[in-house]
Design a protein around this ligand. Structure first.
Ligand SMILES: Nc1nc2c(ncn2[C@@H]2O[C@H](COP(=O)(O)OP(=O)(O)OP(=O)(O)O)[C@@H](O)[C@H]2O)c(=O)[nH]1
Ligand SMILES: [K+]
Ligand SMILES: [Mg+2]
Length: 446
């Protein structure tokens, strides 16, 4: 599917630079290229050329590259003009190109066309934007892998397994007299189990990928006076939060961005959790709970005396939230800095006041944020993780139906929905709204 209009944009960053790049895509490209060069350009060859106004006046000299469809970034005819990186010259050249039949591109429109022409799937297209916006080397490497299709191939693998199972079950439905026996076949249950394992692996990887991409949201919670604000200040190296020995000092949520070796964290300091009659503090407590719900990591600040009791604050969190327990104020009882990995939380003994033991805390935060997640780590977005969680819900439903009732129709429908949720990741099923939201967040020229 090729568009019938031609788009153009300055693809290099705004401002003066050594070289500036103008990109054009669409059916008018061969004509524009021929007029600028004075003859037909050879495909994929750098032509050193004078770029001139219609009346012959020189605008700039530079390289002209022509990529005929479909072997181009967008899948359409593409022209790249590389000139001097002067915003004024590039603007003039852009106007000249528009006078020859192009219009200004919207943000992300080149990549959107690449998606619509099947050059990339949606997850790969999103990775292009994530690569450009990456704030750390680990993030950039991960985005590059997703752009290369590492994530998409895993989604595709899952899709194939899902389709195989659907075929199996739908075949059973077509022979109702044998349906019950058919669905009792251990092979079906086996396939479903294997699919569940494959899915939970991918979900874990996607969660890490999302954290590499977006940074990690850490909610610092705990009883009043535990030292939450002291911790925020210590980790961010600032005096951002008010620290006093009055219980109930913090009311509003305070956010600080912290980068640990290129891994980005968003720390949120919250009001101490307790029953209170003060309406302002009540609102603070309500907000603290809200912060906990949207966090990737719940960091419980407590001390040696209250640790076991305070654990209850972590009790009702979803399994996907990572748990860190800081046993604070070790300077008071000479407990010594150390850490332990327990069943579903990591415990760190430290002092927010003296800083002792905080390096271990930083190290664990980095790990949870996806540092050292290995060679194959790819980037992902929250949207992808939500879709995978949706797939898990549908698979669980299919599993339940098969075990409890052997109702083939219901199981097949649940699997169909699972397939649809999976397809939203790569863009097999998408709404125009979703596409608009994704591509409008790109920069112009990409
Ligand atoms: N000795 C010692 N005191 C600490 C430590 N961390 C915090 N404190 C003290 O504990 C008191 C409370 O600290 P905050 O950081 O305000 O505690 P908070 O959890 O933010 O308290 P609220 O905002 O009221 O919920 C202050 O007097 C701090 O100086 C620590 O590691 N050692
Ligand atoms: K306090
Ligand atoms: Mg506080």
């Amino acid at each position: 599917m090729t568009s019938n209009d031609t788009i153009a944009a300055i693809a290099s960053a705004p401002g003066a630079a050594g070289v500036g790049v103008l990109r054009v895509s669409g059916p008018a490209v061969p004509g524009i290229a021929c007029e600028l060069l004075g003859r037909d350009p050879e495909p994929r060859r750098a032509h050193f050329s004078a770029f001139r106004e219609r009346d012959g006046e020189l605008i700039d000299r530079g390289l002209l590259l022509y990529f005929p469809a479909p072997a181009s970034y967008t899948g359409e005819h593409v022209l790249e003009l590389q000139g001097h990186g002067s915003p004024v010259l590039l603007d003039t050249l852009l106007r000249r190109v528009c006078a020859m039949g192009a219009r200004l591109a919207r943000p992300g429109e080149f990549t959107e066309r690449a998606f619509l022409n099947g050059k990339l799937d949606l997850a790969q297209a999103e990775a292009v934007a994530d690569l450009i916006a990456a704030r750390s080397q680990a993030g950039a490497r991960a985005a590059l892998r997703s752009m290369e299709g590492v994530f998409s191939r895993k989604v595709h693998g899952l899709l194939q397994a899902l389709i195989a199972l659907r075929v199996h079950i739908e075949a059973a439905i077509d022979f109702p007299e044998e349906e019950i026996d058919f669905l009792a076949d251990p092979l079906i249950q086996h396939q479903l189990d294997a699919l569940g394992v494959q899915l939970s692996d991918l979900l874990r990887e996607a969660q890490r990928g999302m954290r590499l991409n977006d940074g990690v949201r850490v909610a610092i919670i705990g009883r009043p006076n535990a030292g939450k604000s002291s911790l925020l200040n210590a980790l961010s190296g600032s005096d951002r939060a008010i620290v006093t020995d009055i219980a109930g000092t913090t009311r509003d949520v305070l956010r600080e961005h912290v980068s640990l070796d290129g891994i980005s964290l968003e720390l949120a300091d919250t009001a101490g959790l307790r029953e209170t009659d003060d309406p302002v503090e009540q609102e603070g407590v309500r907000r603290a709970h809200g912060e906990l719900v949207r966090a990737d990591v719940a960091l419980l600040v407590t001390d040696a005396l209250h640790a076991e009791h305070d654990l209850a604050l972590l009790a009702d969190l979803p399994a996907s939230v990572e748990r860190l327990v800081l046993v604070n104020k070790i300077d008071l009882d000479q407990a010594g800095a150390r850490y332990e990995e327990r069943a579903n939380a990591i415990w760190v003994w430290a002092s927010a006041r003296t800083g002792e033991g905080l390096d271990a805390l930083r190290e664990h935060l980095k790990q949870l944020a996806g540092a050292g997640s290995g060679e194959g780590a790819f980037s992902a977005r929250r949207r992808h993780v939500l879709a995978l969680e949706q797939v898990a819900v549908h698979l669980d439903h299919a599993d339940h139906v098969l075990r409890a009732t052997r109702a083939g129709e219901l199981a097949a429908e649940a699997l169909r929905q699972a397939q649809q949720a999976l397809g939203e990741i790569t863009g097999t099923y998408t709404s125009d709204d979703l596409l608009g939201a994704i591509f409008s967040s790109f920069c112009i020229g990409k």
